[in-house]
Every structure is written in C-alpha cells, then in structure tokens.
Design a protein around this ligand. Structure first.
Ligand code: IVH
Length: 670
C-alpha cells in the first residue's frame, strides 16, 4: 500500500466510523454490529500505525484510548469553576427571584431552566476548533488534566462543526455514566463475582481518573454540556450560547426550557420531578439561570457562586426506620453481603424491610448498631440503602457491631483478600448457597438458557440430594422428578426436555455458564472464538492466554486455576459425556452468487417461502448484507407480511426501495 492509498482508505474509514458513531450516539441507531464496527476501527488503527502521516487530531481512533497517564498534571482553570447555591423549597426559590428582581432594579428578565445532572463537572478547552484539554473541576481553582480520558467520550467533539467558532474558549459540562451502562457494568461484575459499584456518579468519577484510557473508553461515558466561557464569546443570552453549542456539535440535553417568570419555573420543576426518572442519567434537581448575559454581569457573584443562578434540589426520598438485625447473604462466588433487616417502612410507594449494607467497611463507616434509628434512601438504584444513623436516639448500652468471622451457611472461617472490601467463604464446593448459585448461573438465559428450571426447583433438587453441580442436571430421570413437590407428568417432561435441549447451546454461552471467576459473557465470547474448543482453551498456557486481545493477567490466572482443578476437570468431562457443546460451530456462508453484492437489506415481516433467519441466510449466500436499521443509505427494505407501518413509512420517507418476497426472488434468480 502506498502512502496515497493509505490516506484515501484512512479518510474513508474515519468518515464511516464517524457516521456510525453519530448514528449511535446522537440518533440512537445501530446500523452495523459491534463486531463490524470494531473491524473498521481495527483497520484504521492498523493503517495509522503503519503510516503515521494518516493520523489526524480528530481521528476516531483517539476514542479507543490506549494512552496511559501515570500522574494527572494539575492545571489552573483560566476561569474558576464555581458552584451553585442550593435550595430545597419553593419559598427559597421565591426569595431568589426577589433578590434577582431587586438586583435588576425593575428591568424585565427571563430565566433559563436546565436539569441538574449528577455527574462529574468537566472543563473542555478548544483552540481553533479542536479539543486541546479536558480538566476536572478539582477544588474549583485547579483540577486534573484528564485529556486522554476525555477523548474517549464519544459525544465530545474532537473537532467542531461550522465556521463561527471562537479561536479559544472553554465549554463546561457534566460527564456521566448512563444508567444503562452502569447497570451493564454491574451485571458484568456480578457475573464474575466482583463487588458491585455503589452508584453511577462515583463510578463515572473513578473511571475518569483511570490511568489506562482504553479501559475508560470501554466504560462508554457520556457528557452533557451546559455552558461556554471565553473572552471572545459574543452571545447575548444563555439560550443563544446553548444553541451555539448545539450547532457546533456538542451534546446538549434537550430538557432545557426558557421561563418568563418564577411560576413557569415552578411548572418546569413539577414537570420534571417524575419525567427525569426516564432520562438516561441521574439528575438531582434543576438549575435556574438568568438568561441575559448582561443581566448576569449586573448581578455578579458571591465568593463561591453566581448570584444569577441557583440549584433547586429534588428531595431524595428518605424514610426513618429501626435496625432490627443484620443478616449475611452468601453469593455464588462466596462473597458475603451484610443486609440490614429493618422495621417495615413506606418509601417511594413501596414497603422497605431490607437494605444493603455492602460490606464490613460500610458498617464501620456508618457505625450502625442493632436498635439504631436509621435513614433509608432509594437512590438511582433499586435496592434501598442505609444512608445515615441517628446516634442521638441510641440506647446507652449499645455496642459497635462485630462482623461475622464464619460463614453463616456452612460455618467455614471467612477470608478477606488484601485490597478487597468483601469477606469470602472459601468453601466453594461445600457451601449450599454457592453450590445452588453456581447452578442458577449455569441455567440462566445468557448461559444454558434452561427456562424449565428456576431458583425454587434448584433448591428442591439440591435439598433432595439430586443435584450438587451443573453436570448432575444431565443425570436427572423422570422418576427423580415426578414425585417432587409441584411436579406432574407434563412439568417433569418439560424440565427434562429443557435440560436435554440445552446441550446444543453455543460454546460461548456454555463457557460463560461454567462460572469461571472473571469470565463474564464478553470474555467468554472472546475466548470461545479464539480457541474454538474447550480442549484448546484448557491446554493453553499463561502466555497463550494473555496473547488473546483483552485477556489480562487476572483472567489468565483464573483460567489456569480453574482448569488445573481435578474437580473441575471431572465436571467438564461429565458435561462432555452428556453431550454439552464445547466447540464453536462456525456457520459458513456458502456463496451461491454475487447477485446482491454490496447491497444492504433490512428484513421485516413474515415470508411465504422462508423463515426470517432463513431469508437472511439467503441474502448472505448471494453476497448481500443484512442490517437492522433503516437509514437513507439502505438499499432495500425486504417487506414480508405484517410488516409494521412505521417501518414502511420511514423507508418511504428516506426513499429506500421496498421490495416484496417475489421481487427478491427475481433478484437472485439465475
Ligand atoms: S451551571 C457557576 N448547569 O452543578 C456554576 N451546573 O453546584 C455554573 N451541574 O459544578 C454551573 N448540571 O457540575 C450548571 N445544568 C447545569 C448543571 C450544573 C449539573 C453541576 C456542575 C456544577 C454544580 C454546581
């Protein structure tokens, strides 16, 4: 490849990647699979590595991270990052409005309302339209330069759009971990037996301070921008600034509203009190800003905050209860979670009897004792938590809690690994909740998907001594089950069929189901596709394991430990004997013709001659490509019976050709 060719390909790849990124983040559409997207990115990375001249400042490869920052440099903010005064009542807000009216001496004024995003404040500096620096708030005067990590946030433009861009200016906003990503991250951690993160805000903050930007990139942080500062910025109102930010390509939450008076502000507050729950991020209030910049200047600042703006905080839903007891739960991996058993109390519409206490450190931090009066809150998370204790209501004879030293289920002495907050029960093969937890993990939808089995049945099977490991499931007989509580002939056969059918589960799901520590769903897929079968994976040495992209020391060691255990080897050979699938079955595309080469298809509805998956195969067999979303770039919408009207309408609007099954058949004929 010549440099010229490399430049052409790199620029075309960058354009494609930017397009898909934009579709994904701004328009909520995924037009290609993650795998295809990664391939495009990998190709661009390879070209840039071979021909560094092709690398541009705004190349999408910068989003993948890779740069390591050992120590974040402390930098002074050119303009201090102030905070906002907080109010919690409508009376306080009326007071604020009176102060504004007084300060503006009879002038008319309007407000601009926004939600108060609960994330991490960032200051971004742009020079000549390019992002040059991203800094945390720090103490307001100076913060940490986290530019490499900021660049991994895909909605933060590296290069601005339009031609009316100030030569140098700062943009401020709030970086956050979307609720969905937070839940996904915690699900992955749960899968591999890692301690869960407490909330999205702290996780976002911790992520932005990570040394390895490639890990930050995977967290999929996002950022909403809400202000623009610079000596040369000529806007008359905050509204104008917000519209300018939007025009330059910044991600601005569309939840803002201009209000003519404080009553309209109250209406905005009421409107968003519940609607904010549906947003992709946590919000904890609203911010009310005087709209005119000139009036903002007239009102000025106190030492800490502007007089032209204020935050109204929504009351977090808290309830007062009494701690009756602390119980300890044992998870699949043996991790111990202390749980507060409370006097039942009504909180945000539900009765709360239990709340998570996370670990021994949290108990120590709260200094919580039996009989204490406690505050319980529902944050963004579903499980309520104890936020504080009222020591004034404590009995004089109460004593600090002593954390358990032995497993509440099997009595084994607990261990606490250096650097980890949780205690663990090491008796993985003899501790009942660990055994049942492993089987529950094995049968779950994302693993073996045996939906004829559930927690309750597993409990019964375990109690009766019928199953002690996943492999035992495949030895179950009709006679074993028919006499169990709640089982009849139909349900017994159903259970057995579910187990039997599961042997065809794809290898990556089986591997995930084995519950190897640190092998979550994504890692299982990577390993399965790389090694193709369990024997190759089991015989791989440390070097071979860490050579697999994304497999680090921790996962490699865990795999080596798993496969070296005689007990696990025995379990695997029993599963194999039962016929469980331990290899990747590659579906080869049998190219029958090139009739559809380069053409993209969206398939929708029901077809006469083919099943939906079947018709997709046919498209591929003739060189075509199947995608999921309709866009202006799509070639054909293959419409079957009962296709939704919205799809049809959209395709028509975008000028996409809609074809019937008959027309499709004509295309591939001959
Ligand atoms: S404007 C003078 N607008 O709240 C400060 N701040 O206590 C002007 N925040 O550090 C800030 N959402 O991190 C503004 N829509 C919004 C906001 C917002 C969240 C945060 C920001 C700031 C803190 C102020």
């Amino acid at each position: 490849m010549t440099l010229e060719e490399a430049k052409i390909e790199a620029s075309s790849l960058a354009e494609k990647i930017n397009f898909y990124n934009h579709q994904y983040y701004q328009n909520d559409k995924s037009e290609i699979s993650d795998y295809e997207f990664d391939k495009l990115l990998e190709r661009l990375i390879a070209i840039e590595a071979e021909f560094p001249e092709t690398k541009t400042d705004d190349s999408p490869t910068q989003r993948v991270g890779g740069a390591i920052t050992k120590n974040f440099e402390t930098v002074y903010h050119k303009y201090p990052m102030l905070s906002l005064g907080n109010t919690y009542s409508k009376e306080d807000l009326e007071e604020f409005d009176k102060r504004v009216a007084k300060g503006l001496e009879g002038q008319s004024y309007e407000y601009f309302c926004e939600l108060k995003f609960d994330g991490v404040a960032l200051s971004l500096t742009y020079e000549n339209g390019k992002l040059v620096r991203g800094v945390t708030r720090g103490d307001g005067t100076r913060g940490d330069d986290i530019t490499n990590n900021v660049k991994t946030i895909r909605t933060i433009p590296l290069k601005l759009q339009g031609d009316d861009i100030p030569a140098e200016f700062e943009v401020r906003g709030e970086a956050f971990l979307p609720k969905e990503m937070f839940a996904k991250l915690n699900k992955e951690r749960e899968d591999i037996g890692e301690e869960l993160y407490a909330n999205a805000r702290n996780t976002a903050s911790g992520s932005l301070k990570m040394q390895d930007s490639s890990i930050v990139s995977k967290r999929r942080l996002d950022c909403y921008l809400y202000s623009m500062i610079g000596d040369k910025i000529k806007v008359k109102s905050h509204e104008e600034a917000i519209l300018k930010l939007l025009a330059m390509g910044f991600n601005v939450s569309k939840t803002f509203q201009k209000c003519q008076n404080i009553d309209e502000v109250f209406a905005y507050i009421n409107e968003w009190e519940t609607k904010r729950m549906d947003l992709p991020l946590e919000t904890d209030g609203i911010v009310i800003k005087v709209n005119s910049i000139e009036q903002q200047q007239q009102l000025g600042y106190t030492a800490k905050s502007p007089r032209w703006a204020i935050a109204y905080k929504y009351k977090s839903e808290a309830a007062i209860s009494v701690l009756k007891d602390i119980t300890y739960q044992v998870g699949r991996t043996g991790a111990i979670t202390p749980v507060a058993e409370l006097k039942p109390v009504l909180l945000a519409g539900t009765t709360v009897k239990r709340a998570s206490l996370h670990n021994a450190n949290e108990i120590q931090r709260l200094d919580i004792r039996i009989g204490d009066t406690v505050y319980v809150e529902k944050g963004g998370e579903i499980i309520p938590k104890v936020t504080k204790v009222d020591p004034s209501k404590r009995n004089s004879d109460s004593r600090p809690l002593e954390y358990i030293t032995n497993c509440p289920e099997c009595g084994t002495a607990l261990v606490r690994v250096e650097g980890e907050a949780s205690h663990y029960c090491p008796n993985s093969t003899g501790c009942p909740p660990q055994i049942k937890g492993k089987i529950e993990h094995f049968i779950q939808r994302r693993a073996m998907n045996i939906d004829s089995l559930g927690e309750r049945t597993i409990d019964i099977l375990y109690q009766k001594g019928l199953v002690k490991s996943p492999a035992d499931l495949y030895d179950l007989t009709f006679e074993n089950i028919i006499d169990l509580e709640g089982f009849k002939e139909l349900s017994t056969n159903n259970l057995l069929k579910g187990v039997k059918d599961s042997i065809q589960t794809p290898f990556e799901s089986v591997l995930f189901g084995l519950g190897i520590r640190f092998v979550g769903r994504t890692v299982a897929e990577k390993l399965a596709y790389h090694f193709k079968n369990i024997d190759k994976l089991a015989s791989a040495d440390y070097e071979e394991l860490i050579a697999v992209p994304e497999i680090g020391e921790r996962i490699a060691s865990s795999l080596l430990e798993y496969f070296s255990s005689e007990e696990n080897q025995n379990e695997l050979s029993r599963l194999k004997q039962a016929g469980v699938n331990f290899e990747v079955v590659e579906k080869e595309v049998t190219l029958l013709s090139l009739a559809l080469e380069g053409k993209t298809f969206v398939v929708s509805g029901v077809f006469e001659q083919f099943g939906r998956d079947e018709i997709k195969e046919v498209i591929k067999n003739h060189g075509g490509k199947v995608i999921s979303a309709i866009s202006g770039k799509l070639d054909f919408l293959l419409a079957g019976d009962k296709m939704g009207p919205a799809k049809k309408e959209k395709a028509e609007k975008l000028g996409v050709t809609i074809i019937s099954e008959q027309e499709f058949l004509k295309m591939i004929e001959g």
